[in-house]
Write a protein that binds this ligand. Structure first.
Ligand code: ADP
Ligand code: ADP
Length: 233
């Protein structure tokens, strides 16, 4: 069974803006999907949908069917979906509520009712994975954009999601940070996490992708192996 299924998904924001227009796709374990397209084509919206943020946090009107790990997003709150899909917001600053990075990383696992030993193990695991051990005692507000980005991704991974959907994760990063994030995504993909990245600068991720989906005015206009899609442009 595919991890993510969209069947004729059409979405309008509360103000009536049509952001996704009959989007159908299925994403399987092992895929590394890049969502491409011009500004305003619907990349962020599709990410929010695949993250379970739409319709619950954005309201608006969703028609069609969207299943994440077999659960219908309309009847499943984001909190319940977050076991399957990494909930990552575009602006990492908005995500940090805790007084230290370590507490921030523990929030998700704690909300899911994991026991203290498991939570501590998860925090150590994701801190090592993203090489943020030196940041664990820092206050999130004192971190740089790139550091926050890594903390945000670590917080998502602490829930051991099967799918990680990231909206322009390279936006806040310098060249070194971008390289580190590329390596992180490559490693997660190798470990079996399905990766979905919305990115208008294809250079950062095109060679990692197994699949490229191009959006135009809320519609999928190309979908396939990156080399095939890019050759068709
Ligand atoms: P992209 O990520 O490709 O730039 P978006 O998904 O952000 O595209 O936007 C798709 C369409 O939805 C655009 O017309 C955009 O103006 C609109 N849109 C995005 N976010 C909102 C919002 N919160 N409320 C209303 N319209 C929005
Ligand atoms: P909601 O309808 O989900 O409450 P908001 O209107 O509060 O959405 O906007 C959520 C975010 O999307 C804000 O950061 C806002 O600036 C942005 N946004 C709102 N309208 C648009 C739009 N037409 N295009 C792109 N982004 C938008």
């Amino acid at each position: 069974r595919p991890l993510v299924v969209c069947d004729e998904a059409t979405y309008r924001y509360r103000d009536g803006t049509l952001a996704l227009d009959r989007v159908s796709l299925a994403i399987e374990t092992g895929e590394f999907v890049v969502l491409a397209g011009a500004s305003g084509s619907g990349k962020s919206t599709l990410c929010r949908l695949l993250n379970g943020l739409i319709p619950h946090l954005h309201g608006g009107d969703l028609t069609g069917r969207v299943l994440i790990a077999g659960q219908d997003v309309r009847s499943t709150p984001p909190y319940a979906l977050s076991r399957s899909v990494g909930l990552a917001l575009q602006n990492p600053e908005a995500q940090s509520l805790a007084t230290t990075v370590a507490r921030d990383l523990a929030l998700g696992p704690a909300c899911h009712g994991l026991d203290r030993a498991t939570i501590a193990a998860r925090v150590r695991e994701v801190a090592a994975l993203l090489r943020i051990e030196p940041l664990l005692d820092r206050q999130p507000v004192t971190l740089s954009g790139g550091e926050l980005q890594r903390v945000a991704i670590a917080g998502v991974l602490a829930l051991h999601p099967q799918v990680l959907a990231l909206d322009e994760p390279f936006a806040f990063l310098d060249a070194a940070g971008a390289m580190r994030l590329r390596e992180t995504l490559r490693m997660l993909h190798e470990r079996g996490v399905a990766i979905i990245v919305a990115e208008h600068r294809l250079a950062d991720v095109a060679d990692l992708a197994t699949r490229l989906i191009v959006l135009h005015e809320g519609r999928i206009v190309a979908d396939g192996a990156p080399r095939t899609v890019l050759a068709g442009d």
